[in-house]
Design a protein around this ligand. Structure first.
Ligand code: DC
Length: 223
């Protein structure tokens, strides 16, 4: 099976670009952030104290997490049979997800699940540690980045498109906080794999970024 790893901070364009790329290549798209969000949602609904690792670890076996796709290729997250895809896209779940993502028991719980998907299908997988930890042997590794301001602007536009009230300063500040947690955590922190190619999308349109990614992937896959 072939794997393409796309990592980077939030708002760099990972999900959109990874999904587009998967569609073009006929690969399965796996948004691993959605998996962490689903765990965060599960633990919040449970009322688990996210500061207590033993409480979180004890709750995890009750979370049956499945990934499905609709006809358009969009990923849906099922938690114990319920589609929670809409519920996991709030700022509260984002904040909880970056907390649970720092916990060793959560990362261990999800590691095999992500590797199993990549063993079963050709995948374009996006996240923070795909090229470094989850799929260190991925055929192609891309690290997407963009300036803080552009990333926050993109996040803001996403929230506004969903009809949510948000302002630039708050979005920027929440993004900094999440980035800090993702970069500074001890286990599987956000960082660029040594063999990844870095693509800065600050001044690129979505189409330009996609074009560059596809050219790069083609070169590696044929080489
Ligand atoms: O990409 P996202 O914003 O949906 O990710 C949600 C959180 O999960 C974010 O704080 C980073 C974390 N995450 C992670 O630690 N490792 C991954 N492979 C994917 C996401």
């Amino acid at each position: 099976m072939k794997s393409i790893a796309i990592d980077g901070p939030s708002g760099a364009g990972k999900s959109t670009l990874a999904q587009m790329t998967a569609k073009k290549l006929g690969f399965n798209y796996v948004d691993t952030g959605a998996i962490y969000r689903t765990v965060a949602w599960f633990l919040t609904m449970r009322g688990a104290d996210l500061q207590q690792a033993d409480e979180v670890e004890a709750a995890l076996p009750d979370a049956k997490i499945e990934i499905t796709y609709d006809e358009g290729g969009a990923q849906h997250m099922l938690l114990n049979g319920e589609d929670v895809s809409g519920k996991i896209r709030t700022p509260e779940v984002s904040a909880a997800a970056s907390k649970v993502a720092a916990m060793a028991c959560v990362r261990a719980f999800l590691l095999q699940m992500q590797r199993d998907v990549a063993a079963a299908y050709d995948v374009v997988m996006d996240g923070r540690d795909i090229g470094t930890v989850v799929l260190p042997d991925a055929k192609v590794k891309i690290f997407l980045t963009a300036s803080d301001e552009v990333r926050a602007q993109r996040r803001l536009a996403e929230l506004q498109a969903k009809g949510e009230k948000a302002d630039f300063e708050t979005v920027l500040q929440q993004m900094h906080e999440r980035d800090r947690k993702d970069i500074e955590r001890e286990i599987a922190p956000l960082r660029c794999a040594e063999d990844a190619v870095i693509l800065d999308t600050t001044h690129l349109s979505l189409e330009q970024s996609e074009e560059m990614i596809l050219v790069f992937i083609e070169e590696i896959l044929k080489g």
